[in-house]
Design a protein around this ligand. Structure first.
Ligand SMILES: NC(=O)c1ccc[n+]([C@@H]2O[C@H](COP(=O)([O-])OP(=O)(O)OC[C@H]3O[C@@H](n4cnc5c(N)ncnc54)[C@H](O)[C@@H]3O)[C@@H](O)[C@H]2O)c1
Length: 375
């Protein structure tokens, strides 16, 4: 893996053939006859690719035969360590730069076919720094769309979030479910969705919007304001502390293992009929926070550590569960890892982490919507 700071690319912009709508045209090759399964020959950019989901997506794209995977990440929450296993892979490169920086975008987008845009700041960050959250998540996504259009990419996949929905008004939530985000994060991600759809309608650019629900697995964040409920709960239990539940614990989430999330995202690179679509990426099942704590306690063999219920988190969505039908119909995608198995694997992963249990616990911020990042 090579690494460069963001800046202008020596070879300048790419020249390419265009169709009558000004969109790029590539010769049809053998792998496109089986489009969803084979990425052979594709050059892919993953913004946020040093992060949790992004780094797994990089692995999956390579496994599916991408010729080149480039990462644009400013490492504010992502790490080189997440990509360290690819150090010797010449097909992977990392540009350390910000999606808001034009020179970094130009360097990242030169000679790229497919863009996955994941770079963003998280939901709890939006509670203590709404302006920066908006600037990265909403404005930064618009910047990426503008630059990707200038560089004439074949497809732009905008990775949104189920947080755009707000709490479920009916369940499971299909793509027509109203969007009433309850946080600036959800609002900013929804703006990015709207811009991606607008680029499809206004400019005929091939954009796809995908909304993962909750994703968990190795490399997930437990630290600072990036910390997700499942890894934080695991770290607390492994360190011998009772898990914290904000509110009554009957709020639900739809969990998917990151290997499944990455597989589903990879299928979208070539899925025909995906252009202009908005797709939920959920499992169609929901887990309460009380059930989540019970599953972790069982996997960690600490049933004695019962949850401690404390005040509810502001803006905490009550119920999230996605209808997976459209994604399944379009790509044939089915998740493979069940929740209990995935939790048991993740407990093992954290048990074998190079950091000690107390080192990890020190980096957990319990009320992490009040704090900045802990590094
Ligand atoms: N983790 C989940 O459960 C979940 C659920 C739904 C949607 N998503 C979406 O998936 C995507 C990835 O989420 P994740 O959980 O892997 O988070 P993450 O924080 O691990 O990944 C985001 C990456 O973006 C990078 N980044 C942040 N600001 C940047 C900037 N200005 N320029 C360049 N890079 C920047 C970070 O360093 C990080 O590596 C996000 O778009 C998120 O909205 C995640």
């Amino acid at each position: 893996m090579s690494e460069t700071p963001g800046g202008p690319h020596p070879s300048g912009r790419r020249t390419q053939r265009h169709d009558h709508r000004g969109r790029s045209v590539r010769p049809v090759t053998g792998h496109e006859q089986n489009p969803a399964a084979d990425l052979g020959g594709s050059r892919v950019l993953v913004t946020g690719g040093a992060g949790f989901i992004g780094s797994h997506l990089v692995d999956t794209l390579l496994a599916r035969g991408a010729a080149q995977v480039r990462v644009l990440d400013n490492l504010v929450n992502g790490t080189r360590e997440n990509l360290a296993h690819l150090d010797d892979n010449p097909s992977v490169s990392l540009i350390t730069g910000d999606v808001r920086d034009r020179a970094a975008r130009d360097a990242a987008l030169t000679d790229i076919d497919i863009v996955y845009h994941l770079a963003c700041l998280g939901v709890r960050h939006s509670l203590h720094d709404p302006v920066e959250n908006h600037l990265v998540n909403a404005s930064g996504s618009l910047d990426m769309l503008i630059s990707a259009r200038e560089h004439v990419v074949d497809r732009f996949i905008y990775v949104s979030t189920s947080e755009v929905f707000g709490t479920a008004q009916y369940a499971p939530m299909d793509e027509q479910h109203p969007t009433w985000p309850e946080t600036v994060y959800g609002g900013g991600k929804l703006a990015g969705e709207a811009y991606a759809r607008a680029f499809y309608r206004t400019y005929g650019m091939d954009t796809v919007v995908v909304r993962p629900f909750n994703t968990y697995g190795p490399r997930s964040h437990f630290e600072g304001d990036s910390g997700e409920v499942l890894p934080r709960t695991i770290v607390r239990l492994l360190a011998g502390h009772r898990p914290l539940i904000f509110g009554d614990g009957e709020q639900t989430r739809d969990f998917m293992h990151v290997s499944d999330t990455a597989n589903a995202l990879a299928l979208l690179a070539k899925a025909s009929g995906a252009a202009g679509q908005t797709l939920n990426l959920g499992s169609g099942t929901e887990v309460t926070m009380n059930e989540l704590c019970a599953a972790v306690a069982l996997a960690a063999r600490r049933p004695d550590l019962t949850p401690e219920h404390v005040e509810a988190r502001p803006g905490d969505v009550r119920r999230l569960i996605g209808d997976p039908t459209r994604m399944r119909t379009l790509t044939g995608f089915e998740p493979r890892v069940g929740f209990d198995d995935g939790v048991a694997q993740l407990v093992d992963w954290f048990s074998n982490n190079r950091q000690t249990r107390s080192e990890m616990l020190d980096r957990v911020a319990d009320r992490n919507w009040l704090t900045g990042a802990v590094t």
